[in-house]
Design a protein around this ligand. Structure first.
Ligand code: FAD
Length: 181
């Protein structure tokens, strides 16, 4: 059993979209790679998850590919003109996704350019290079576990965000199958 984000659900058509990262080895990635129309999949859920908290001053969203479906949903849900800074890590420019939002989005793509996923603090380095969004912001982070922890530490220490303004998650862990944060 593995966790995935409901990217889109249509209860009239009974359609559920899930975006799978084809990262290499694992039962989920194998299923996604081999899936054809009619291939069965047992789905349980949804579990409870963080609802977008109201913040007038804006949001900081950070993710690698595993968190990208959730970021795409956040961006579609956020109200018009609200300031959002998004820092997103992908393989290279070909892996960038088109994101739809009414928010006022400042978007930075970070490319691994041949590095292994989760191997280097690319998201954290990009965060350190960027300017802190002003005011009372909410930060949401989902990526490899060690990277997520390092980003959380920086947001607590440098951005001075407390637990009410911060949700960080390890969506997977390098070298660990079936990881749970
Ligand atoms: C709440 C939540 C929502 C998630 N939503 C999504 C989603 O929408 N789409 C999505 O693709 N993933 C998502 N993930 C991450 C996904 O659950 C993990 O990547 C999971 O480990 C994949 O299972 P697997 O069977 O392919 O690999 P596993 O058997 O769990 O792991 C096998 C090996 O692959 C490595 N690995 C696992 N994931 C990755 C990765 N992303 N990149 C590089 N190496 C990896 C592991 O370190 C391990 O060495 C989500 C996780 C959580 C907690």
């Amino acid at each position: 059993m593995r966790d995935y984000t409901p990217r889109r659900y249509d209860d009239h058509a009974l359609e559920l979209d899930i975006d799978f990262v084809l990262h290499g080895e694992g039962p989920a990635v194998r299923w996604a790679t081999d899936a054809r129309p009619g291939t069965p999949l047992l789905i349980a859920g949804p579990r409870s998850s963080v609802l977008v908290p109201s913040r007038s001053d804006g949001y900081l969203l950070m993710a690698d590919e595993a968190g990208l479906p959730a970021v795409a949903r956040w961006l579609e849900l956020l109200p018009a003109a609200v300031p959002v800074t998004a820092i997103l890590e992908v393989t290279d420019w070909r892996s960038e996704l088109e994101l739809r939002t009414q928010a006022s989005l400042s978007l930075t793509w970070v490319h691994r350019n041949g590095r292994e996923p989760g191997d280097a603090p690319l998201l954290l380095d990009a965060l350190k290079r960027s300017t802190r969004p002003p005011g009372d912001i909410f930060a949401w982070v989902a990526c490899e576990s060690s990277q997520s922890r390092a980003i959380r530490h920086f947001l607590e220490e440098d951005y001075r965000l407390d637990a009410d303004s911060l949700k960080t998650a390890g969506y997977w862990k390098r070298g660990v199958a079936n990881f749970h944060d």
